[in-house]
Design a protein around this ligand. Structure first.
Ligand SMILES: [Ca+2]
Ligand SMILES: [Ca+2]
Ligand SMILES: [Ca+2]
Ligand SMILES: [Ca+2]
Length: 361
């Protein structure tokens, strides 16, 4: 497991990141992010090999808390030669951890990341395995505290340097406060944005760039008694509202963490309606308020026998693809944004959960 072979971890923990434990006291150090180049490229979501395509990944969760989570990654595109596909199967993180891979280092490859609740909470970051052997922990970053029920499923590149910023969001007096550690300056800031007052429920998402300036915005949704979903998009520096938009219904739709499906460099809103089969993907471009409806994947109003919508750019053109993982035959199906054709890739085992299937990983 990853707590072994962690020389880098110890070095990082005591020399680079020890000071970050102060985050739990929520100091404001006033990071100035306005001068950072917004045009820095960033890695493709869940691309572990660095070729610009989302890889095929499923996770096997153990039965008991504290037992290891097994990752199964097949390179995309899979080598069609028999037994030649790029495959890595390994354990990383334990049941109870938040699994949040992403490009935190800035090498255009996603790292393996598990966030362990605690006081402080810790992001465990390891490079993806390039060869045989175990996972080598690269760094352990203290951030947040489970004593305050901090939620780490909100990382984003909020300073626009091409690296994800370690972020947790906390409820303070019913308001959301986003604690962001800038990857470019290691400065931390606390941004108030949003409230749970007066809403029936809420989901907080990963950051996404809705304005096209290379910096992600803060994103969460709320729903009301009628289950109408409202997205709230906020500036990650000022906390000012940028966009508020109704999109989807909590009782009938699966809401994915927003991403760019249209190719304009700005994130779009996704509601995958389960009332019919095939399901219908309703995608809204908040920049224009234009919307599309695309039938794809098995739908189930009971949310049990449906295909699992997954996030990612599987054909590598810079646009997210409409895609699902089918539990019954353990196969990914991708509606390619390049040409509208369908790619199928069998991968994973019965009972697995595909990476990118929820708003939380
Ligand atoms: Ca960053
Ligand atoms: Ca932006
Ligand atoms: Ca878009
Ligand atoms: Ca694509």
């Amino acid at each position: 497991m990853f707590l072994k072979k962690n020389k880098k971890n110890l070095r990082s923990l005591f020399t680079i990141f020890a000071v970050l434990g102060l985050a739990t006291t929520m100091l404001w150090w006033g990071a100035d992010t306005s001068t950072i180049n917004a045009q820095t490229t960033r890695g493709t979501l869940f691309d572990f090999t660095g070729n610009g395509r989302t890889d095929w990944t499923t996770l096997t969760f153990p039965a008991a808390t504290g037992q290891p989570i097994t990752w199964k990654v097949a390179g995309n595109p899979a080598n069609p030669a028999p037994n030649a596909a790029f495959i890595r199967i390994f354990n990383y993180g334990n049941l109870g951890d938040n699994i949040i891979p992403g490009d935190f280092i800035g090498d255009n490859k996603n790292e393996l990341v598990a966030y362990r609740q605690g006081t402080p909470g810790i992001f465990y970051v390891a490079p993806f395995l390039n060869g045989p052997g175990g996972v080598m922990l690269d760094r352990a970053v203290q951030w947040g505290t489970s004593a305050a029920a901090d939620n780490p499923n909100v990382s984003g590149d909020y300073d626009g340097d091409g690296k994800l910023d370690y972020t947790v969001v906390r409820i303070v007096n019913n308001n959301f406060v986003w604690y962001i550690m800038s990857s470019s300056t290691n400065m931390m800031r606390a941004i108030p944005f949003g409230t749970r007052t007066g809403v029936r429920g809420f989901i907080r998402f990963y950051g996404a760039d809705f304005t096209g300036d290379g910096r992600d915005e803060l994103v969460f949704l709320t729903f009301d008694d009628a289950k109408t979903i409202t997205y709230h998009i906020g500036d990650a520096v000022t906390g000012a509202g940028v966009i508020t938009r109704n999109w989807g219904n909590f009782d009938t739709d699966i809401s994915l963490s927003p991403a760019d499906y249209t190719g304009d460099g700005k994130a779009d809103l996704v509601a995958v309606r389960q009332t019919t089969s095939p399901a219908t993907w309703y995608i809204n471009n908040p920049a224009t308020n234009a919307a599309t409806a695309t039938a794809f994947g098995i739908g189930d109003p009971g949310f049990s026998n449906n295909d699992r919508p997954v996030r990612g750019d599987y054909d590598g053109d810079g646009k997210h693809d409409i895609a699902v993982w089918r539990p019954s035959n353990q196969t990914f199906y991708v509606l390619r944004s390049t040409d509208g054709g369908i790619t199928g890739q069998k991968w994973g085992d019965a009972g697995d959960v595909p990476l990118g299937a929820t708003g939380t990983f």
